[in-house]
Write a protein that binds this ligand. Structure first.
Ligand code: PMP
Length: 370
């Protein structure tokens, strides 16, 4: 049988596997940072109404520039993130992964490099690879914070074209301070005019305010967001960015025409009408996230401070390392994530019952290993 490597595929894709966490059918799934709350029934009904209306026009292409949606996303950011933006500052695509891909298509590419501080969201490196952008891995401190002095040195030496700052960072959970982002932005601009992308996929869950106000006077800064987490709409596939209007013009050079379907736009607009209820769920999840941190610490785990809807915990340095604990939890019906960070696992905050089941499973596994 013909395999991938028998095809005339790009050399850098040979021997690689596609990104993806296991989608296993187990009772408690806390491995992909989804929101455990299904959308409220009133919103489901509103989506049906909006999609019905959109369906009447599906013979036509959708609004290519998604102006109504970008206007509403801008209103949402202005209301919640402490800085005023308008439709011309906002761009939307099928998940923030697509937003990031469009950014690298426009600002990265062959002969260019992107820098991220690892461990971080592994798709940053994979999207770099997919767009032919060279990848540079920057350092973190032992407690996973970005080491600003070391970061400055890497930027000065390697002069990346794009710098990713994930805040709150996946998989470690901690938000990055505005002072750190400013230091990185300044270092990046001094090295060459380069794009700094702040990935705020988990921004709504943070103890700290959004980094959106840093856009003021910084034309090479971008903040990316998603409706997959706080809006509980991972299945919708809607991500967006805020930046100077010129950045929005730049991504339009690489986006496919009509990339955002009329059904997607209608559904996202319906969800934006219900932000009050959805942000109420976020508050509940933040409390559950804080409870996970407290209870895991009480069990003696080493837990990284979390500003996200997930928690990194460990350390599992025994035989088999973190993966053995991942397996033992799975055997108890609880699926968490092994991101490959030595000695650590990541758990997504679920419903109170799911979190109880997870905490019971950890307790049992720890007891067995003692
Ligand atoms: N950024 C980060 C940091 C993420 O963790 C994720 C999802 N896991 C994404 C972006 C992409 O999310 P989506 O494409 O669903 O918007």
């Amino acid at each position: 049988m013909t395999g991938i490597d028998d095809l005339p595929i790009r050399d850098e894709l040979r021997g690689k596997s596609p990104y993806g966490a296991p989608q296993l059918d187990v009772p408690v799934r806390l491995n992909t940072n989804e929101n455990p709350h299904p959308l409220p029934e009133a919103l489901v009904a509103r989506i049906a109404e909006r999609v019905t209306e959109a369906a009447r026009h599906l013979n036509r292409y959708p609004d290519r520039d998604a102006v109504e949606l970008r206007t509403e996303l801008a209103r949402y950011l202005t209301r919640t993130a402490g800085y005023g933006v308008a439709a011309e500052n906002v761009w939307a695509a099928n998940g923030s992964n697509e937003v990031l891909q469009q950014l690298l298509q426009a600002f990265g590419g062959p002969g260019r490099t992107a820098l991220g501080f690892e461990p971080s969201y592994s798709m940053h490196a994979l999207i770099a690879r997919g767009t032919g952008t060279g990848w540079l891995s920057g350092p973190r401190e032992a407690d996973f914070r970005i080491d600003v002095a070391a970061a400055r040195a890497v930027i000065a030496e390697r002069r990346p074209h794009v710098v990713f700052v994930c805040s709150p960072n996946n998989p470690t959970g901690t938000a990055v301070g505005a002072d750190t982002v400013l230091a990185l932005y300044e270092a990046a601009q001094a090295a060459r005019p380069s794009l700094v992308v702040v990935d705020e996929a988990y921004g709504e869950f943070s103890h700290r305010p959004s980094l959106l106000p840093l856009l003021d006077g910084r034309p090479n800064l971008v903040v990316s967001r998603t409706m997959s987490k706080a809006f509980g709409a991972a299945g919708l596939r809607l991500g967006y960015l805020a930046a100077a209007p010129a950045v929005v013009d730049a991504v339009q050079l690489v986006r496919l025409p009509y990339h955002l379907s009329a059904v997607t736009q209608a559904t996202a607009l319906a969800a934006l009408e219900h932000t009050g209820t959805l942000l109420g769920y976020v508050e509940q999840l933040k409390a559950e996230r804080d409870r996970l941190v407290t209870e895991l610490r009480a069990m003696g785990c080493e837990v990284t401070d979390s500003d996200a809807n997930f928690v990194q915990f460990g350390r599992f340095d025994g035989p088999g390392g973190a993966h053995a604990v991942w397996q033992a939890l799975l055997e108890r019906g609880v699926l968490v994530r092994d991101n490959g960070v030595p000695g650590r696992l990541r758990v997504t905050a679920g419903t109170p019952a799911e979190n109880d089941a997870f905490l019971d499973a950890v307790r049992a596994v720890l007891k067995e290993s003692n």
